[in-house]
Design a protein around this ligand. Sequence first.
Ligand SMILES: Nc1c(NC[C@H](O)[C@H](O)[C@H](O)CO)[nH]c(=O)[nH]c1=O
Ligand SMILES: CC(=O)[C@@H](O)COP(=O)(O)O
Length: 166
Amino acid sequence: MATQLKNLSDFSSASNIPSAAGYTFGIVVAEWNAEITGALYNGAYQTLLKYGAAESAIHTYPVPGSFELTTGAELLLKTGKFDAVICLGCVIQGETRHFDFICDAVANGVSNVAIKYSKPVIFGVLTTDNQQQAIDRSGGKHGNKGDEAAVTAIKMAKMAELTAAL
Ligand SMILES: Nc1c(NC[C@H](O)[C@H](O)[C@H](O)CO)[nH]c(=O)[nH]c1=O
Ligand SMILES: CC(=O)[C@@H](O)COP(=O)(O)O
């Protein structure tokens, strides 16, 4: 499987990451599986700082679960004050089909909010079979999806800025 072949968060060879300076970011973080989402958040926050975002330009809001990430993104984007919103969560399969409904709702919801406001909303949600897969992708052997979400937010904020000038 491709995932097993690499650290998915290795940006060392990526020279095409724009500066995050001047952009305002929202980060909405689900409290479910907090040990995982906390690691995702730390990765995203530190990555934004690494690429030049000001601490004062990063605004963080917790929500109860991943299902609420869409609402969190909507509430932030309706203010008109954010260049990108990063949604962080971790949904781990349980005994029932609840997993499927949450994952589908968040993926579709995040996409719809991004389109509604023509602003980047980044899907930084782990959807795993078990806890170990989540650990591996939140600072473990497969990298940190929070890092990736932050890089995506920077790139998309830059694209939004460039296309607004067209
Ligand atoms: N089981 C997980 C949940 N469940 C909670 C939902 O996200 C939502 O808060 C609830 O249905 C009320 O609307 N959330 C996660 O983020 N991760 C899970 O594994
Ligand atoms: C993804 C979930 O909501 C899950 O944790 C709930 O567990 P279960 O499906 O066993 O009720």
